[in-house]
Design a protein around this ligand. Structure first.
Ligand SMILES: [Zn+2]
Length: 148
């Protein structure tokens, strides 16, 4: 069964391919992400490899966020620090007030707001990488270590 995010992504990909031809790819290879993020000049994360890893985690939906914890029954908090009950990927990218100041990095590169554009085309992935550079989104929360 597909998650809500997977359904949104698949729908956006089908729509894009119907309108523009099959130009989007779901390729999440390390080499492809490395090529895209190598054009970024300032990286505020620990290393380029860390940024590549984060971008890949967000694209495939496996990482440090509540939806992933809940789906795989990982004993970590599945709520968002903003108070939202379940921290899904789309909440972080589109809605979470904690990241309002950095959200422009996403919309400037994927102005249509489609998750398929954000996660599937070069310009969208560059915006995602910028968002990840300037926020602590999709990182393990320090208090997560205290959850039993
Ligand atoms: Zn939130």
């Amino acid at each position: 069964m597909m998650t809500f995010g997977e359904v949104r992504c698949a729908h956006a990909l089908q729509t894009w391919n119907r309108v523009n031809g099959p130009t989007l790819s779901t390729d999440t290879s390390h080499a492809r992400i490395a090529r895209i993020t190598s054009s970024l000049s300032t990286v505020m994360v620990e290393s380029k490899d860390e940024l590549i890893s984060l971008v890949t985690q967000v694209r495939i939906g496996h990482g440090y966020f509540g939806e992933y914890y809940a789906h795989f029954k990982i004993p970590e908090r599945s709520d968002c620090p903003c108070g939202t009950e379940i921290q899904i990927r789309e909440h972080i990218l589109y809605d979470c007030p904690l990241f309002n100041d950095a959200r422009h990095t996403l919309y400037s590169t994927a102005p249509d707001g489609h998750i398929g554009s954000l996660l599937g085309i070069k310009k969208g992935i560059e915006g995602l990488a910028s968002f990840l550079k300037f926020t602590n989104a999709f990182r393990k929360r320090p208090e997560d270590d205290e959850v039993q």
